[in-house]
Design a protein around this ligand. Structure first.
Ligand SMILES: [Zn+2]
Length: 198
Protein backbone atom coordinates (compact mmCIF):
# COMPACT_ATOMS: atom_id res chain seq x y z
CA UNK A 1 0.00 0.00 0.00
CA UNK A 2 1.31 3.43 -0.98
CA UNK A 3 1.45 6.25 1.56
CA UNK A 4 -1.87 8.08 1.79
CA UNK A 5 -3.69 5.27 0.08
CA UNK A 6 -6.72 3.95 1.91
CA UNK A 7 -6.81 0.29 2.85
CA UNK A 8 -9.17 -1.46 0.45
CA UNK A 9 -9.91 -4.81 -1.11
CA UNK A 10 -12.31 -6.99 -2.98
CA UNK A 11 -13.92 -10.38 -2.42
CA UNK A 12 -16.52 -12.61 -4.02
CA UNK A 13 -19.79 -13.27 -2.20
CA UNK A 14 -21.31 -15.88 -4.46
CA UNK A 15 -24.46 -15.84 -6.59
CA UNK A 16 -26.44 -12.63 -6.94
CA UNK A 17 -29.67 -12.63 -4.85
CA UNK A 18 -31.41 -10.50 -7.50
CA UNK A 19 -30.73 -12.34 -10.79
CA UNK A 20 -29.24 -15.62 -9.52
CA UNK A 21 -26.83 -15.53 -12.47
CA UNK A 22 -24.01 -13.12 -11.76
CA UNK A 23 -21.42 -13.30 -9.06
CA UNK A 24 -21.66 -10.55 -6.47
CA UNK A 25 -18.40 -8.79 -5.69
CA UNK A 26 -17.89 -6.85 -2.53
CA UNK A 27 -15.37 -4.02 -2.50
CA UNK A 28 -14.39 -2.23 0.68
CA UNK A 29 -12.50 0.91 1.59
CA UNK A 30 -11.53 2.26 4.96
CA UNK A 31 -12.61 5.82 5.64
CA UNK A 32 -11.83 8.04 8.62
CA UNK A 33 -14.86 10.14 9.55
CA UNK A 34 -13.62 12.99 11.76
CA UNK A 35 -15.63 13.14 14.98
CA UNK A 36 -16.89 9.58 14.57
CA UNK A 37 -13.98 7.28 13.76
CA UNK A 38 -12.82 4.73 11.25
CA UNK A 39 -15.44 3.12 9.07
CA UNK A 40 -15.51 0.43 6.43
CA UNK A 41 -17.42 1.45 3.28
CA UNK A 42 -18.85 -1.56 1.48
CA UNK A 43 -20.22 -1.88 -2.05
CA UNK A 44 -21.95 -5.05 -3.23
CA UNK A 45 -22.24 -5.21 -7.01
CA UNK A 46 -23.47 -7.71 -9.58
CA UNK A 47 -21.99 -7.23 -13.08
CA UNK A 48 -24.82 -9.20 -14.70
CA UNK A 49 -27.91 -7.24 -13.60
CA UNK A 50 -26.51 -4.05 -12.13
CA UNK A 51 -27.67 -4.88 -8.61
CA UNK A 52 -25.83 -2.58 -6.20
CA UNK A 53 -25.98 -2.06 -2.45
CA UNK A 54 -23.77 0.18 -0.36
CA UNK A 55 -23.28 -0.06 3.38
CA UNK A 56 -20.94 1.01 6.14
CA UNK A 57 -19.67 -0.43 9.38
CA UNK A 58 -18.02 1.43 12.26
CA UNK A 59 -14.64 -0.19 12.94
CA UNK A 60 -14.35 1.29 16.39
CA UNK A 61 -16.93 -0.22 18.74
CA UNK A 62 -20.00 2.00 18.76
CA UNK A 63 -22.73 2.08 21.34
CA UNK A 64 -26.19 1.88 19.73
CA UNK A 65 -27.43 5.45 20.16
CA UNK A 66 -30.03 8.00 19.21
CA UNK A 67 -28.72 11.29 17.80
CA UNK A 68 -30.74 14.47 17.54
CA UNK A 69 -29.90 17.83 15.97
CA UNK A 70 -31.95 20.98 15.57
CA UNK A 71 -31.25 22.51 12.16
CA UNK A 72 -31.68 26.26 12.58
CA UNK A 73 -29.19 27.94 10.27
CA UNK A 74 -27.58 27.30 6.87
CA UNK A 75 -24.35 26.21 8.61
CA UNK A 76 -26.26 23.41 10.39
CA UNK A 77 -26.91 21.89 6.95
CA UNK A 78 -23.24 20.85 6.98
CA UNK A 79 -23.73 18.47 9.94
CA UNK A 80 -22.58 15.05 8.82
CA UNK A 81 -25.03 12.17 8.46
CA UNK A 82 -23.54 8.68 8.75
CA UNK A 83 -26.23 6.15 7.89
CA UNK A 84 -25.78 2.40 7.67
CA UNK A 85 -28.32 0.00 6.14
CA UNK A 86 -29.78 -0.49 9.64
CA UNK A 87 -30.10 3.25 10.36
CA UNK A 88 -33.46 4.95 10.97
CA UNK A 89 -33.79 8.65 10.05
CA UNK A 90 -36.66 10.94 11.04
CA UNK A 91 -37.50 14.58 10.33
CA UNK A 92 -40.72 15.09 12.35
CA UNK A 93 -41.48 18.64 11.08
CA UNK A 94 -41.49 17.38 7.49
CA UNK A 95 -43.17 14.08 8.27
CA UNK A 96 -40.15 12.22 6.91
CA UNK A 97 -39.25 8.72 8.09
CA UNK A 98 -36.53 6.65 6.45
CA UNK A 99 -36.74 3.04 7.57
CA UNK A 100 -34.33 0.27 6.72
CA UNK A 101 -35.69 -2.08 4.08
CA UNK A 102 -34.44 -4.65 1.56
CA UNK A 103 -33.11 -1.86 -0.67
CA UNK A 104 -31.67 0.11 2.23
CA UNK A 105 -28.36 1.75 1.42
CA UNK A 106 -25.60 2.96 3.68
CA UNK A 107 -24.03 6.35 3.00
CA UNK A 108 -22.15 9.29 4.42
CA UNK A 109 -23.55 12.70 3.54
CA UNK A 110 -24.56 15.92 5.30
CA UNK A 111 -28.01 17.31 6.15
CA UNK A 112 -28.12 19.10 2.79
CA UNK A 113 -27.38 15.83 0.97
CA UNK A 114 -29.93 14.01 3.09
CA UNK A 115 -32.63 16.48 1.97
CA UNK A 116 -31.61 15.90 -1.67
CA UNK A 117 -32.10 12.15 -1.14
CA UNK A 118 -35.49 12.79 0.45
CA UNK A 119 -36.48 14.96 -2.53
CA UNK A 120 -35.39 12.26 -4.99
CA UNK A 121 -37.35 9.60 -3.10
CA UNK A 122 -40.48 11.80 -2.92
CA UNK A 123 -40.28 12.78 -6.60
CA UNK A 124 -41.07 9.17 -7.52
CA UNK A 125 -44.68 10.12 -6.67
CA UNK A 126 -44.76 12.77 -9.42
CA UNK A 127 -47.52 12.11 -11.92
CA UNK A 128 -49.59 10.27 -9.32
CA UNK A 129 -52.75 12.42 -9.37
CA UNK A 130 -53.77 11.55 -5.85
CA UNK A 131 -50.39 12.43 -4.38
CA UNK A 132 -49.64 15.44 -6.58
CA UNK A 133 -51.24 18.16 -4.42
CA UNK A 134 -49.66 16.93 -1.20
CA UNK A 135 -46.36 16.41 -2.96
CA UNK A 136 -46.18 20.05 -4.10
CA UNK A 137 -46.76 21.24 -0.53
CA UNK A 138 -44.14 18.82 0.77
CA UNK A 139 -41.52 19.79 -1.85
CA UNK A 140 -42.08 23.49 -1.13
CA UNK A 141 -41.47 22.84 2.58
CA UNK A 142 -38.41 20.76 1.75
CA UNK A 143 -37.03 23.63 -0.35
CA UNK A 144 -37.47 26.07 2.55
CA UNK A 145 -35.68 23.59 4.81
CA UNK A 146 -32.78 23.12 2.41
CA UNK A 147 -32.34 26.89 2.14
CA UNK A 148 -32.19 27.28 5.92
CA UNK A 149 -35.51 29.14 6.07
CA UNK A 150 -37.35 26.47 8.06
CA UNK A 151 -36.08 25.04 11.35
CA UNK A 152 -36.37 21.28 11.69
CA UNK A 153 -35.08 18.34 13.71
CA UNK A 154 -33.11 15.38 12.40
CA UNK A 155 -33.11 12.16 14.43
CA UNK A 156 -30.82 9.21 13.63
CA UNK A 157 -30.91 5.87 15.48
CA UNK A 158 -29.32 2.53 14.75
CA UNK A 159 -29.49 -0.67 16.81
CA UNK A 160 -26.12 -1.72 15.37
CA UNK A 161 -24.39 1.53 16.36
CA UNK A 162 -23.21 2.17 12.79
CA UNK A 163 -25.12 5.42 12.21
CA UNK A 164 -24.62 8.91 13.66
CA UNK A 165 -24.93 12.65 13.31
CA UNK A 166 -21.57 14.43 13.60
CA UNK A 167 -21.25 18.20 14.07
CA UNK A 168 -18.11 20.28 14.28
CA UNK A 169 -19.73 22.63 16.78
CA UNK A 170 -19.75 20.97 20.23
CA UNK A 171 -23.19 20.58 21.78
CA UNK A 172 -24.99 20.86 18.45
CA UNK A 173 -25.79 17.15 18.35
CA UNK A 174 -27.49 15.47 21.31
CA UNK A 175 -26.66 11.80 21.81
CA UNK A 176 -27.94 9.25 24.27
CA UNK A 177 -27.45 5.50 24.32
CA UNK A 178 -30.46 3.41 23.31
CA UNK A 179 -31.87 1.27 26.13
CA UNK A 180 -31.72 -2.52 25.64
CA UNK A 181 -35.52 -2.43 25.10
CA UNK A 182 -35.17 0.21 22.37
CA UNK A 183 -32.40 -1.77 20.67
CA UNK A 184 -34.61 -4.87 20.82
CA UNK A 185 -37.59 -2.99 19.32
CA UNK A 186 -35.52 -1.53 16.45
CA UNK A 187 -33.98 -4.93 15.74
CA UNK A 188 -37.48 -6.40 15.55
CA UNK A 189 -38.33 -3.81 12.91
CA UNK A 190 -35.21 -4.81 11.01
CA UNK A 191 -35.82 -8.54 11.23
CA UNK A 192 -36.46 -10.16 7.89
CA UNK A 193 -35.59 -7.11 5.87
CA UNK A 194 -31.87 -6.80 6.59
CA UNK A 195 -29.51 -7.44 3.72
CA UNK A 196 -28.16 -10.95 3.93
CA UNK A 197 -26.28 -13.47 1.85
CA UNK A 198 -26.87 -17.12 2.53
ZN1 LIG B 1 -27.43 -9.94 -10.49
Amino acid sequence: MKAGEKPSGEASLGTCPACRLGEVKITYTEEDVPGFGKMLLLTYKCPSCGYKVTDLIALEGREPSIYKAKIESPSDLQIKVVKSSSGFVEIPELGVEIRPGPASQGYITNIEGLLVRVEEAASVLRGDEEAEGKLEVFLAKLKEASEGRLAFTVIVKDPSGNSALVAEKPGKVERRPLSPEEVEELRRQLAGVAFEFR
